[in-house]
Design a protein around this ligand. Sequence first.
Ligand code: ADP
Ligand code: MG
Length: 670
Amino acid sequence: MDPDWQQQRDAVIGLGSMSGRKSFFPELQHKIEELEENRELLANVIDSIPNPVFHKNLDGVYLNCNAAFARYLGFSKEEIIGRTAYDLAPRELADTYRRADLELLALGGTQVYEAALRHGDGTLHDVVFYKSLILRANGTVRGLVGVILDITELKRAEKALRESEERFRAIFDLIGDAVFIHDLESGAILEVNQTMCDLFGYSREEASRLDVEAISAGEPPYSQAEAMAWMRRAAAGEPQVFEWLGKRKNGELFWLEINIRRAMLGAAERLIVAGRDISDRKQAEAEKKILSEQLSQAQKIESVGRLAGGIAHDFNNLLTPIIVYVQLLMRDLSDNERASSRLGQIMLAASRAKELTQQLLSFGRKQRLTMRVLDLNTVIADFSGILRRTIRESVEISLHLAPELPSIRADRTQVEQILMNLAINAQDAIEKNGTITIETAMVMLDEGYARHHAGIVSGWHAMLSVTDTGHGMTPETQEKIFEPFFTTKESGLGTGLGLATVYGLVKQHNGSIWVYSEPGRGTVFKIYFPLAGRAPDQESAPVPGVLATGQGRGVILLAEDNEMVRDMASELLKEDGYAVLVAESPEVALKLTGEQHIDLLLSDVVMPRMSGPELYARLAVAQPGLRVLYMSGYTDNVIVNHGLFDEERNFIQKPFSADALLAKVRELLS
Ligand code: ADP
Ligand code: MG
């Protein structure tokens, strides 16, 4: 029994414990019963409270508790009452409770705190203690009462929620896309993830204060107004996907793919915006576009080149007899002044035509090149005198030649041709005074460069650049300059073949050519030659011209499928004293020969069914030591490069002059 309660009763009736006994004073007896009933009710009420409730005195001794408290701790009421927390709980916990009790006593009022409590099953539970003081009528403290609320489950749920929240936060931050959460109505940025901060260069703090304008290129179609339009569409329930030019904190612009959708986040509807960095993809697309444009441009030039080369080749077959017959006529009519002068005019026109076909041939890459290993600087230095005399005086020519430039494999005359064409164009672009700068350098074209430029092989190159201070070009002009017959010059001033020729020659040297120009800013052409990888060749002295004498001795087999060339050559050779067997095909040539001894085979290179070198090989079996001279409008590089014959000694390029052919034949037969 509650000792306090016993004291009270003793005070009222002035006796020792009398419960259960019959009273001498019926009224008192009645009062006692009433009180007894009240006490029972009170104990009953307390016992029925589902939360554990306890009552301690100032020393921390439990004076009473309810059934829930006893059940919670796993003791009987009897085991609890009269004991302290130190008897029932681990020392550390008991210390905690005691400290809280003392604090409550000092401060008064009500106390609420979380602490651990050992449950009857031995586990520690999280609970909240609600405690307050019990005061006597005179205000002195009698003890304290406490109610316990078990929050273990609540805590566990809270922790699970927190962990889940953390997990989703981590996913939100780690996802590769920049994610924004926008207000559905205003479009304001409410929250961003870490990727957004990393991608745009803002701290989370700064990012929370940004608007769309600040993270976009800013100019239409990438400004706030367009962004709002996209968001409104997404807000209306249609997810939006589009490309966007974003802006980082440092001002750098970059491409994003934006995905906007409306979503319910908790209680509110929001816009979720995911931005993916697609700079790499965009760059790859741009590179691919440039490359394919370059390729199609190159293919166009290539096919026009083939056409031009083909025409030039046929043209050569026509020009050759014209030139040779005119030469023969000039010899026959040397004492007729009038006729000689007229023939001279024909010869002049024919020579011009020959030059033109040479240009077409070099553009079509059908021209025979005499490739030597040479020093580019020497070629330029030697040629600069001629350039200086050709270019008008008001244009300065400035040379910047790299010291120790490695050699290239090139045809000297063609390199000079390239220089001349570029220099003349530069001069034409300069209105009054200006400068043409010719420069050489050794440059490394790396993989990256090669990837952006069609037809380039990476590695070391010798660069030749020709820069002018002229009027420059628009991008539209630049697109067409390498096309044959493209000119912006007045009629009669430009042929449009200069750069087409340069282009063809450069390609024939396995090089590449690039132009940089802006209107009003001048132009620079850069040509890259692959390096030869060895020292320059010694140059041989040119063969002096030989005049026709009519002193020729020996038998020549002439194989040529073009009738005009065939007739002309045979006439020329016979007149010079040779015996000539004429064949219009290799088969006829083989048949004609038979047992006949011949000294020289003069043959076209490319003929139907059998090439010149094949014919020679067949003939040489029966006649070892047979000499050969090939002629061709163009040299099929395949034949030449296989080294089937000596390009210098056994070849003559059409159209040739009478003297040139006779000199060659004589040289071979001597
Ligand atoms: P042409 O000189 O006969 O016009 P080209 O093939 O040499 O033919 O040049 C083609 C066109 O390229 C020129 O008409 C001119 O418009 C442009 N061009 C070439 N070189 C230059 C240059 N250095 N500066 C400005 N424009 C140039
Ligand atoms: Mg030109």
